[in-house]
Write a protein that binds this ligand. Structure first.
Ligand code: BES
Ligand code: MN
Ligand code: ZN
Length: 495
C-alpha cells in the first residue's frame, strides 16, 4: 500500500472512495459536513431516513453522490462524540480500510484527521492510521502453494491533513517505516524453524545491511569459542544447525555518540533440549526468535527513518535441540563474563545465549542496552497477552520505555528486579543456577540477566506473551517493534 498526505478539500478530491465520519447522534464530522453541503444535503437526507446511525465501526457506502468528485463516499460511524478517543478513531480507520477494500476503488482517502481523539495531535492520527491499515493488510501466505486470491484493487491511500500541517509528512514517513518494521518482524516470526534457521537470520541481516548501508558482522561458532562464550555454546550443542552471533551497526549520529544497543533472543526453535518440552503446541516454539526479529525490524525502521542516533543490533542465534552431544541438566558452563552457571534445566536456554551477548556488547560502552526475548512462560501467566514485562536497572530508562510503549500502543509493564529474588538462583556448585524455581519465574530470569548487565543502563523486555498469538489466529504480532521505534525516535530527538 502506498500512503500519502492530501490537503484537498473533501468534495474536490478525485479518488475512488472518500471516507468521512458520522457521530452517533447523527452529527456530521467537519469533513462529512463539507460533503453534505457540496451535495446539497444528500448525505443528511440519507441519515434522516435512518440508514446510518453512526455506531462505532459501522459503515455506509454511497455511490455517485452529486457535487462530489470522488466515485464513492463511505460514511463511517464514530460512536458517541463524548467518548471519541483512541479506540474509536482506530475503529473508524479499520472499518474504513476494510470496507474500501471490498469495493473496486484503486485509491481512496481517509478524512478522519480533523476529528482528533482527545489530546492527540495530527501526527499521532497519521502515524496510527498507517499502522492500523498495514496491520489489517498483513497476510502470510507465501508458503501456501495456492494462496487464496482475494480481490484487493486498493493500491493508494490518502490521509487528509490540513494545509500547512508541517509534521504531517514526517508522521507519515515514520508510520510507513514502523509499519514495515512490524511486517518484517512478523514475516520472520511466522517462518517455520526449518526455514528460519540461524543461518537464515544471518542472511537476512546481510540483506538489511546491504539495503540500508549498515555495517554487519556475523560471528561463527569458532569466533564464539575464541571469545569464551561457553553459555551460548552450551545451548547449540545438541543441533547440527550452525549458531550465529549477528551484529548490525547503524550510524546516524556523530562517531563519538555512544550507541543504543538492542539485543534479541534468536532461538530459531526451542524443543527444551534434554529437558524436553511437552508435545502439545510445541510448534509455537518457532516463535522463540521473535526478540531477534523485533530488533532487526527496529534497526531497519530506524535506518529507513534516518534517525540521528547510533544503534547496534545484536542477535545471538541457535537451535535448542536434544541430541547425543547436547548439554545435560547439571552441566556447568563458563560464560564470557567469567561467571559459571549450573544448567539445571536446558529449557531455560534464552538467558544462556543472552548473557554472553550482554557481555559482548560491553565493548560499545553503550548509552543503553535493551534486550528483547520470548523468555518465560511465567511472564505470560503474570501479564497475559496484553503487556510485555519490563525490567530495568535504571528507573529513568524504565520510565522512558513505558512511555514509549503507551505512545506506540505497544505497552509494557514494569516488574521488580529486587535483590531478594536473587536468592532463588543460588547453586551449590557454580556461581549461579540457570533457573530459580516456579515462583516469580519471569522475575528470576530477569535477575539472572541483570548479573551480566551491571556495567551499563539496561532494560529487558519479556515478550513471551506479546510477540505472537496462539490458537485460531496463530501468528506473530511484530511486537515490540512499535515500542522500540518510538523509543529510538525520541532518543534521536533528544540529542
Ligand atoms: N522460550 C521459552 C519461553 C516461552 C514459553 C515463550 C512459552 C513463549 C511461550 C523459554 O526458553 C523457556 O522454555 N522457559 C522456561 C523456563 C523454565 C525452564 C525456568 C519456561 O518458561 O517454562
Ligand atoms: Mn526454553
Ligand atoms: Zn526459549
Amino acid at each position: 500500500m502506498e500512503f500519502s498526505i492530501k490537503n484537498t478539500i473533501p468534495e474536490k478530491l478525485k479518488t475512488g472512495c472518500i471516507a468521512a465520519g458520522v457521530f452517533e447522534s447523527g452529527k456530521l464530522s467537519d469533513a462529512a459536513k463539507m460533503l453534505d453541503d457540496a451535495s446539497n444535503g444528500h448525505i443528511s437526507r440519507i441519515l434522516d431516513r435512518g440508514d446510518m446511525e453512526g455506531r462505532k465501526g459501522s459503515t455506509l457506502l454511497l455511490h455517485d453522490v452529486p457535487g462530489i468528485a470522488a466515485e464513492r463516499v463511505l460514511l463511517v460511524g464514530l460512536g458517541a462524540e463524548a467518548d471519541f478517543g483512541e479506540e474509536a478513531y482506530l475503529a473508524a480507520v479499520n472499518a474504513a480500510s476494510n470496507s474500501i477494500r471490498e469495493t473496486g476503488a484503486k485509491d481512496a482517502a481517509l478524512y478522519f484527521t480533523g476529528i482528533l481523539p482527545k489530546e492527540k495531535d495530527i501526527s499521532w492520527n497519521i502515524f496510527h492510521a498507517v499502522l492500523a491499515v498495514s496491520e489489517g493488510l498483513y497476510r502470510f501466505d507465501k508458503l501456501k502453494s495456492k494462496p487464496e486470491k482475494k480481490k484487493d484493487p486498493l493500491k493508494k491511500l490518502f490521509i487528509y491533513a490540513p494545509e500547512g500541517e508541517k509534521d504531517a509528512e514526517k508522521a507519515l514517513k515514520q508510520g510507513r517505516a514502523v509499519a514495515e518494521g512490524v511486517s518484517f518482524a512478523k514475516d520472520l516470526g511466522n517462518l517455520p524453524g526449518n526455514v528460519c534457521t540461524p543461518t537464515y537470520l544471518a542472511q537476512t541481516a546481510l540483506e538489511i545491511a546491504k539495503e540500508y548501508k549498515l555495517d554487519v558482522r556475523i560471528l561463527e561458532e569458532k569466533d564464539m569459542e575464541a571469545l569464551g562464550m561457553g553459555a551460548l555454546l552450551s545451548v547449540t550443542k545438541g543441533t547440527v544447525e550452525p549458531p550465529k552471533l549477528i551484529v548490525l551497526e547503524y550510524r546516524g549520529a556523530s562517531k563519538n555518540r555512544k550507541p543504543v544497543v538492542l539485543v534479541g533472543k534468536g532461538i530459531t526453535f526451542d524443543t527444551g533440549g534434554i529437558s524436553l518440552k511437552p508435545g502439545a503446541d510445541m510448534d509455537e516454539m518457532k516463535y522463540d526468535m521473535c526478540g531477534a526479529a523485533s530488533v532487526l525490524g527496529a534497526i531497519r525502521s530506524a535506518a529507513q527513518m534516518k534517525l540521528r542516533l547510533n544503534i547496534v543490533a545484536v542477535v545471538p542465534s541457535c537451535e535448542n535441540m536434544p541430541g547425543g552431544s547436547a548439554t545435560k541438566p547439571g552441566d556447568i558452563v563458563k560464560s564470557m563474563s567469567g561467571q559459571t552457571i549450573e544448567v539445571l534445566n536446558t529449557d531455560a536456554e534464552g538467558r544462556l545465549i543472552l548473557c554472553d551477548a550482554l557481555t559482548y556488547v560491553e565493548k560499545y560502552e553503550p548509552e543503553a542496552v535493551i534486550d528483547v526475548a520470548t523468555l518465560t512462560g511465567a511472564c505470560v501467566i503474570a501479564l497475559g497477552h496484553v503487556a510485555s514485562g519490563l525490567y530495568s536497572n535504571d528507573e529513568d530508562l524504565a520510565r522512558e520505555l513505558l512511555d514509549s510503549g503507551r505512545k506506540a500502543r505497544d505497552r509494557a509493564w514494569q516488574m521488580p528486579l529486587w535483590e531478594d529474588y536473587q536468592e532463588q538462583l543460588k547453586s551449590n556448585f557454580a556461581d549461579m543456577a540457570n533457573i530459580g524455581g516456579r515462583p516469580g519465574g519471569s522475575i528470576t530470569a530477569a535477575c539472572f540477566l541483570s548479573k551480566y548487565a551491571a556495567n551499563y543502563h539496561w532494560a529487558h523486555l519479556d515478550v513471551a506473551g506479546t510477540a505472537y498469538r496462539g490458537g485460531k489466529h496463530k501468528g506473530s504480532t511484530g511486537r515490540p517493534v512499535p515500542l522500540l521505534c518510538q523509543f529510538l525516535m525520541e532518543r534521536a530527538d533528544r540529542s
